[in-house]
Structure formats: C-alpha cells, structure tokens
Design a protein around this ligand. Structure first.
Ligand SMILES: CC(C)(COP(=O)(O)OP(=O)(O)OC[C@H]1O[C@@H](n2cnc3c(N)ncnc32)[C@H](O)[C@@H]1OP(=O)(O)O)[C@@H](O)C(=O)NCCC(=O)NCCS
Length: 176
C-alpha cells in the first residue's frame, strides 16, 4: 500500500479585532520574523498610550495574526482646513492566514475607529512593487494621490539603524 491518505479536520476560528496591550508586544515579533521591529513596536505602543497612534490587531486565540497601525495626527494632512487626517501603516497578516479577508477586515475596522473619532480622511502607502497591496487598497476605495521616495529608518533590537528606500504610492480615502 503506497497511497498516502490525507485526512482533514475543518476548523472554524474566531478572529477578534482589538487594540494591542503590552503583553502583545513580544508576540508581534512573530517568532523572530519581526524581532528587528522590537523598538518600533514598543515606541508605537507608548504612542498609543499617549493617544497619538493605535495598534489594531487581529487576534486568534490570544495571538496577533494580523496588525494595522494608525497614526492619528498625520503631518501630511492634519490641519488641512481643520480636517482631521490619519495615516495607516504596517498592515500585515501572517502568511498562513492570508487570502481569507483578514487584511480587508483590518482596513474596515480602522476606518470605523476613525469615523467614530470624526476623521475626514485617511491615507496609506503601498510599495510600488507591491501590486497586490495597491489593488487591495483601491478595492477599499483608496485612490492614488501622490508618489513618494519612501525613505525611512528604524533602530533594530540591537540598536543598529537601518535605512529603507522603498518607492511607494500614496493613496487616500475620504471618510465623510
Ligand atoms: C497585504 C496583506 C496584508 C493582505 O492581507 P490578506 O488577509 O491576505 O487580505 P485579504 O484576504 O482581505 O485580501 C487579499 C486577497 O485575498 C482575497 N480573498 C479575501 N477573502 C478570500 C477568501 N475567503 N478566499 C479566497 N480569497 C479571498 C481578496 O479578494 C484579495 O484578492 P486579491 O489578491 O486578488 O486582491 C497580506 O498579503 C500581507 O500581510 N502581505 C505582506 C505585508 C504587506 O505587503 N503589507 C502591505 C504593505 S503596503
């Protein structure tokens, strides 16, 4: 008998959308994949405590399998005729959970949080080579308004500064 039978087990899972708590921070490193962003996560969490950013998570069984961060007072648009503008970034979903609507749900949740806070518009960047991300944002009503050199830097968990150069599209959506 050489045939290998594959047995299956169908699972139903509940995904909870919530803001990050301090104990989530090590889990956001996804077992080493994002250890280099440890300080970024810590700083973003401190900003959330100060009311400047939000760390939105997609949680399965207490583990953040997806994330989307929100900068509440984006310098790009905040103050544009007194209208509040936010910036979304770091949207990611663990590979094994992709293509099941979680990225879309994170975008919808973020928009809801911003509408509740009377934000007029929101923007997001998509790397030019990430055509899938741009398609996802356009499907959600974002429109390209500009392009950007996408130069930014971060300090990793060992204190080393990394410079990123990732040309991107800037997309925007009106919320009201
Ligand atoms: C971009 C990203 C966050 C999308 O997350 P996701 O959970 O896969 O997003 P969704 O499932 O909502 O949508 C992705 C695709 O799956 C499709 N999809 C959604 N639900 C589905 C389902 N139940 N069955 C099959 N396909 C489905 C969507 O239609 C979409 O199709 P498209 O690729 O043709 O546009 C994810 O791919 C990711 O983490 N990528 C790496 C990081 C990254 O690139 N982030 C963006 C930075 S700009």
């Amino acid at each position: 008998m050489t045939t290998l039978e594959r047995r299956t087990l169908c699972l139903q899972m509940q995904v909870i959308f919530r803001l990050a708590e301090r104990e989530d921070l090590p889990k956001l490193e996804w077992y080493g994949k994002y250890t280099h962003f440890r300080r970024v996560f810590e700083r973003t969490y401190e900003e959330q405590l100060r009311g400047r950013r939000l760390m939105l998570l997609a949680d399965v069984n207490g583990f953040p399998i997806g994330q989307l961060f929100i900068q509440l007072e984006s310098h790009d648009g905040f103050g544009r005729a007194g209208r509040k503008h936010a910036y979304l970034y770091s949207l990611r979903v663990m590979d094994a959970f992709q293509r099941q609507g979680i990225g879309s749900a994170l975008l919808r949740e973020a928009e809801m949080l911003l509408r509740e806070r009377n934000y007029a518009s929101v923007s997001i960047a998509a790397a030019k080579e990430n055509v899938g991300a741009r398609r996802l944002y356009e499907r959600h009503g974002f429109r390209v308004i500009a392009e950007d050199a996408g130069r930014w830097s971060y300090v990793d968990h060992e204190g080393v500064t990394h410079y990123v150069n990732e040309p991107c599209w800037i997309l925007e959506k009106t919320l009201r």
